[in-house]
Design a binder for this molecule. Sequence first.
Ligand SMILES: Nc1ncnc2c1ncn2[C@@H]1O[C@H](COP(=O)(O)OP(=O)(O)OP(=O)(O)O)[C@@H](O)[C@H]1O
Length: 355
Amino acid sequence: MENLNDCCAKIKPCGEAIFISSRIRLARNLSGEIFQTAISDKGRTEIFYRCQSAILKMRKFANGAYCNLEETPPQTSRILLEKNLISSELEQGKGSRGVFISSDAAASVMVNEEDHLRIQVIEGGLCLKALWKKINSIDDSIEKYLPYAFSSRYGYLTACPTNTGTGMRASVMMHLLGLAMSDDMEKITRGLNQLGIVARGSNGEGSDPVGAFYQISNQQTLGFSEQDIIERITNICVKLAEFEQNARQKMLEENPEALFDKIARAWAILESAIMISTSEATECLSALRLASDMGFMPAKSKILIDETLLKIRPAHLSEGKELTPKMRDIKRAAVLKSAIKNLKKPVFGSRKKRA
Ligand SMILES: Nc1ncnc2c1ncn2[C@@H]1O[C@H](COP(=O)(O)OP(=O)(O)OP(=O)(O)O)[C@@H](O)[C@H]1O
C-alpha cells in the first residue's frame, strides 16, 4: 500500500478555465444491514471491516492509500478534505470510518459516511461521461464482493431518501465570476432549482460560493437513468458557461472600469497584505483567474493561481503544525506575496478578442 502523502501529492490542479473539475459519487449500502443513521458502534465497525476487505481486493485500491479516520490526526484529515478526497461529513463523523484512495488518486471510496459506501471519481474539466464509465466499473467490481441494498421498484436504497434511485450525484465545479459580478447568480440559482439542479458553494452542501466557485449538481436521483442525469448536467453546464462568457463580454463592453478595478485591487491586496483570511484571498485569486481567462494575464497563470488556491487553505498552510488563526493569516499573506512574484501583473491594454 502506498504512503498517504505520496498518494495525495498526485492531486494537482490543472488550471482549467470555466469548467474546473467534474465529480460523480455513488451512494451504496449493504443489503440487509442497518443504515448508518441507526446502527450501533459494533455494527458500524463490522461494516467497516467487511467493506475494507472487499475494496482491498481491487488492485487499484490495494496499491493506493488508505486512511482510518478514527485514528487520524485532524491535520491529516483536513488535508484530505481540502483535496476533496473526503467530505466534511466523513471528516467530522464518529466511530469506524475511513477512505480508500486509488493508486492514481482519481477515485476514492468513503466507508461509513452517510451511507455505508460513497464511491467518488474526480477529474479536471467537464468530463462527466468519461467519469461515469470509470465509476460504473469500480461500482461493478465492488458489488462482486458486497451485495448492495437494491429494490427493483426504487433502485439503490440509501440512508437519506433524496439519494434513493441511482444514488448518484454528478457535479461540475465552475468559475462563474462574470455572472456573480453581474448579480445574475441568484436568478440563475432559482432557475436551476426549478429544473432539479442545485448550485452549491465549492465546499459542497451548505458552503458559500466564495470566489464565485460553484458546484452544479443534480437534486433528483429517482426516476432518471444515470445517463439521463449526466447528459442533463452536462448540457446545463455548457449553457451556463455560455452565459458566463456573455456576462464577461458584456462587462467588458459596458463597464470595463469596474472589471479592471476588481482585478487591479485584487492584485494590490495580494501583493501587499500583511495578513489575509482564506475567503479574502480566494476572492482575490478568483479575480486574477478571470483576468487570465480574459487575456489580461497569460493563460498559463491559472495553473499557479489554482495551486495557490489550495496552498492557502488552512490545513495545507499549517503543514501539520498547530497555528492560530492569526498566525495562519500572516503566513497566508507571505505565501501569496511569493506566489505573486511568479505571475505577470495584469495589463489591460492588450487582450485576446474573446475569453
Ligand atoms: N465537481 C467537483 N469538483 C471537485 N470537488 C467537488 C465537486 N463536487 C463536489 N466536490 C467536493 O465533494 C465534497 C462533497 O460535496 P457535496 O456535499 O456537494 O456532495 P455529497 O456529499 O456527495 O452529497 P450529499 O449532499 O447528497 O450527501 C465537497 O468537499 C465538495 O467540495
